[in-house]
Design a protein around this ligand. Structure first.
Ligand SMILES: *[C@@H]1O[C@H](CO)[C@@H](O)[C@H](O)[C@H]1NC(C)=O
Length: 433
């Protein structure tokens, strides 16, 4: 049910088309959207929930995660509409949340502490994964094939919670490198507010990175069907481990080549970037993050560059990023927001187990693995609102079916939201609503 998400971590973008949209009205309420984009992560929480939990239709789940390997791997996030903890996308999400908080935390206002809490929910889990067993890095919990055959609440899970790891003899430099990046980026987020935690994150990041470099291999080769076709390793790991010659030049060149490839052909071109029909908005939010951040760097450095004979300024990138965010928040031909709970017209039938099934509070008995499918196939709206979730999004004709069975359009994912938090804070700081 989530096969097309396989390409989610592939950061090779090209040949975008742009969807058209009509007239643009006032600015969306970026601050409201920012708060909701962070709140979403509470709905994805695995483990024992704290009393501060605001998405109250969720309850404790996965409390014995790790027990099959005699370790404690509770916590972390379910990655999308399912109940699997896939560490590769979780680490990517955490890296982007952390980077976004470092870049834009100053514009987050009272949401800064919520962003930190969202990061910490992941890093507490990653610390367990990295330190529970010497010589091993745990990289996931829950058999994805068993999980995807069921439609059940995380609180009811009865599928096998297999534990996956990489080690010297079963390496995974890609997932280990991404985990190290998440831990290192988060250590910077906590450097001043919690120095002790920050040091622990940094120390663990170094160990995990050392492991990634020492035992080289792609995790899909080691773990097979436990991670593929869900989150295969496509681009490998060697590139990321290259010892680039310690200057920024190659990065600047790569960033600008990339931006030139995605800029619309004409400055008046308007619309949503479209790459793939499977969860297209994951590419949009990730690229938007890169656009706002590079725009910010260009402003600071008073830098511009050229794509052929087109001059690119920080404003060029900011405007393109704003168009993407605005489209997601309802400035589009359907006037539909693709963020659940934002605006008045938003997706009601998202492909998400917890959201689509009656909550534990309203129905304490388990529905079991198959019992939930009656709620999967119904045309009724989901009973629980997963506030802040951004779904896969419309097709290339701006159409959206709001159909739970169409996961390519209606499934939310941690890595869609992880990338939008920073840009929303950026825009909230510039455009007051
Ligand atoms: C979207 O909103 C605009 C402006 O209010 C309106 O003209 C247009 O008819 C709306 N489109 C749809 C599909 O509702």
């Amino acid at each position: 049910m989530a096969l097309t998400r396989a390409a989610s971590l592939c950061l090779v973008f090209f040949s975008f088309t742009f969807l058209f949209w009509g007239t643009v009205q006032g600015n969306p309420n970026y601050r409201d959207a920012l708060a909701k984009s962070i709140l979403f992560f509470q709905g994805q929480r695995s483990g024992r929930l704290p009393t501060s939990q605001q998405i109250t239709w969720r309850s404790n789940s996965g409390l014995s995660d790790g027990s099959l390997a005699n370790v404690d791997l509770t916590g972390g996030y379910y990655d999308a509409g399912d109940n699997v903890k896939f560490n590769f996308p979780m680490a990517f999400t955490t890296t982007l949340l952390s980077w976004g908080t470092l870049e834009y935390g100053g514009r987050m206002g009272s949401d800064l502490q919520n962003a930190r809490a969202a990061i910490r929910w992941a890093t507490d889990y990653f610390l367990k994964c990295a330190t529970a067993t010497p010589g091993k890095l745990y990289v996931g919990v829950g058999d994805p094939n068993a999980d995807h055959n069921c439609w059940e609440r995380p609180e009811d899970m009865d599928t096998v919670r297999s534990v996956y790891s990489v080690s010297a003899s079963n390496p995974g430099s890609d997932v280990a490198g991404e985990t190290a990046a998440a831990l290192a980026a988060a250590s910077m987020v906590f450097r001043e507010v919690d120095p002790k935690y920050s040091s622990l994150l940094l120390k663990t990041a170094k160990n995990v990175m050392q492991f990634a470099m020492q035992y080289r291999g792609a995790y899909s080769d080691s773990l097979g069907s436990a991670v593929c076709p869900f989150y295969c390793s496509y681009s490998g790991y060697k590139e990321a481990l290259l010892d680039n010659d310690k200057t920024f030049e190659p990065f600047i060149q790569q960033a600008e080549d990339f931006i030139c490839r995605i800029l619309p052909n004409s400055p008046s071109s308007r619309g949503l970037m479209f790459k793939l029909s499977g969860s297209n908005l994951q590419y949009v939010t990730s690229i938007t993050f890169l656009l706002t951040t590079y725009s910010k760097y260009m402003t600071t450095a008073k830098h511009t560059f050229n794509c052929g004979n087109v001059l690119v300024t920080s404003t060029t990138l900011r405007n393109l990023a704003k168009k993407q965010v605005d489209y997601i928040l309802g400035v589009n031909p359907l006037n539909k927001s693709y963020m659940v709970g934002y605006g008045t017209d938003y997706p009601r039938r998202i492909h998400h187990r917890g959201s689509s099934l009656p909550s534990l509070a309203s129905h304490p008995q388990s529905y079991g693995c198959q019992g939930g499918f009656q709620f999967f196939y119904t045309a009724n709206p989901n009973p629980n609102i997963l506030t802040g979730a951004i779904v896969g999004g419309p097709d290339q004709n701006d159409a959206f079916s709001d159909d739970r069975t169409d996961y390519s359009q209606s499934e939310p994912a941690t890595y869609i939201n992880g990338a939008i938090v920073g840009p929303l804070a950026f825009l909230a700081g510039i455009y007051k609503s």
